[in-house]
Design a protein around this ligand. Structure first.
Ligand SMILES: [Zn+2]
Length: 504
């Protein structure tokens, strides 16, 4: 078995005692950390790397992204979620069936950006267009396998006619136009495909499969419950989107006569295997339910700001015992995959939500969210989340001689407030140095990006052809959006008070 010794490093362990070790060594056997101590003497068959002047930390966990959005980097601005989705997830039946090579390259492009910003594990909530199949997922797993990243990959699915996923839409959209929207494929076919993906990939290499109905209101209740039962059967994470926007809060009242969280609790699909992305519009009772049921909430602060979704009640959730993790979200709503941007923004935004400075999130709290919170969400707490014997060797090595760490005062503050990822020298995932001296070792980064640029010309042509349907329905969704925004609701998650928004 391959053995490696990393010598003379400063180590941010994130272990139980939150120790920072000076001048210490790490022995790695295969993909696992075996020993950490002051002076590990090589026995002869180990590869020894001198890490003097480097800071070693656990890798970050990106608990929510959509690699299928990677072609849309930098494309959109100033659209709220529901209208933005029309273009990032075009409802046209013609959208999809992409060339395999494009799917492979776009997945790698996102993985490159993640590794470069210290993300060693991710939850890629991939939407298949027009549907998720074992064949398209095979290409995505292959991309992560080739680059050497640890990943949970999910089988995101919408299971309703698009027109039934948004309140009032059936009332607004003319009958002729309604005919252009299709019903979902039979549930049994979709579940069979998900089971095929689980059997092929779950537990293989660095992979886990996650099951992910896209959002409760975009699927039937029966579908949400059946998928949850499948997650229980195979002991998998269950991942969904809940209360990202004001419109989704209203959707709960329209569809179920209660909040979506309360509805999901009644369906029995909230537990510690459940992760909800966003949660910006959870109210006090919802937050209590989130804490009681043990669900994870992914805080995608950059995406939430970009889409004007509202600000998650971070402090209230954290104080109530809700498990919080961090995500970049997809490239169409962020538009980067950089965990440092997410951490810094999260640490800063919640300081202006209220003046009691004793309750503001600290850099350490945010790093815990980005590492341990993510590990819990991916159901990988036993494998990752700290630098300790028995854990996988998923390690970041920062150059302490860089300006971000000079002069060195408080390591966690430097990571969150001073660094942006550009001073990560090496990244190790499962004992393999996937980035060394700032260069990726497992793939040819320039060749991947260059080929993707070439393929984008053809992709853009095809993409433009499916947009007329999105354009056609835009004004009806805008109408639904405004109807929801104007409804009376005491809950308000925008940063300026309601009185400043309403002119009269
Ligand atoms: Zn998402």
């Amino acid at each position: 078995m391959k053995k490696t010794i990393l010598k003379n490093a400063m180590i941010l362990t994130l272990n139980e005692n939150d120790e920072v070790l000076e001048n210490s060594d790490i022995l790695i056997e295969g993909d696992t950390i075996k020993e950490i101590s002051k002076n590990i003497v090589p026995e002869g068959d180990e590869a020894v790397t001198d890490c003097l002047g480097l800071l070693i930390t656990p890798g970050f966990v990106n608990a929510h992204l959509h690699s299928d959005e990677n072609m849309f980097k930098g494309l959109y601005d100033n659209l709220p979620l529901e209208l933005w989705m029309l273009y990032s997830y075009p409802p046209s039946p013609e959208y999809g069936d992409f060339p395999e090579r494009l799917v492979y390259l776009r997945t790698l492009a996102g993985a490159i950006e993640q590794i470069r910003s210290g993300i060693t594990s991710c939850q890629d909530d991939v939407s298949g267009h027009p549907r998720t199949t074992a064949d398209t997922h095979r290409i995505i797993f292959k991309a992560y396998e080739d680059i050497g990243m640890r990943a949970n990959i999910s089988t995101s699915a919408l299971h309703k006619n698009f027109l039934d996923t948004i309140p009032y839409l059936r009332d607004y959209v003319p009958a002729e136009l309604q005919k252009k929207f299709f019903d979902p494929i039979p549930m049994s076919e979709e579940l069979a495909e998900a089971e095929k993906i689980i059997k092929e990939w779950n537990g293989k290499g660095n992979f886990k499969v996650t099951l992910s109905p896209i959002a409760p209101q975009r699927c039937t209740d029966e579908y949400n419950v059946r998928v949850y039962e499948l997650a229980e059967k195979y002991d998998l994470p269950y991942h969904t989107h809940i209360c990202e926007t004001r419109m989704q809060r209203e959707t709960g009242f329209e569809f179920y006569g209660k909040t979506i969280i309360q509805h999901c609790k009644e369906l029995g699909i909230l537990s510690d295997r459940t992760t909800i992305a966003h949660g910006n519009w959870l109210d006090d009772r919802d937050i209590e339910i989130a804490a009681e049921t043990g669900i994870n909430v992914v805080h995608n602060i950059v995406s939430n700001l970009k889409l004007g979704s509202g600000i998650m009640p971070y402090t209230k959730m954290a104080e109530s015992g809700v498990h919080i993790c961090l995500g970049t979200d997809g490239t169409s709503s962020n538009d980067s995959q950089n965990m440092f941007e997410v951490m810094k923004t999260a640490a800063l935004v919640h300081k202006v939500t209220q003046p009691d400075y004793n309750r503001w999130p600290s850099a350490g709290q945010i790093i815990d969210n980005a590492v341990k919170g993510g590990a819990r969400s991916l159901m990988r707490e036993d494998e990752i989340g700290s630098v300790e014997p028995g854990k996988k060797a998923d390690l970041l090595m920062f150059d302490l001689s860089a300006y971000s760490f000079t002069p060195l005062n408080d390591i966690k503050n430097h990571i969150v407030y001073c660094e942006n990822g550009s001073h990560i020298k090496n990244v190790m995932i499962g004992g393999v140095m996937v980035m060394k001296d700032g260069e990726l070792t497992t793939i040819d980064e320039r060749a991947v990006l260059s080929e993707l640029r070439e393929m984008n010309k053809e992709f853009s042509e095809r993409y433009k052809k499916v947009l007329p349907l999105s354009d056609e329905i835009f004004r009806y969704i805008d109408q639904s959006y405004n109807t929801c925004i104007e409804k009376e609701d005491k809950l308000w998650r925008f940063s300026a008070p309601l009185s400043e928004y309403r002119k009269s």
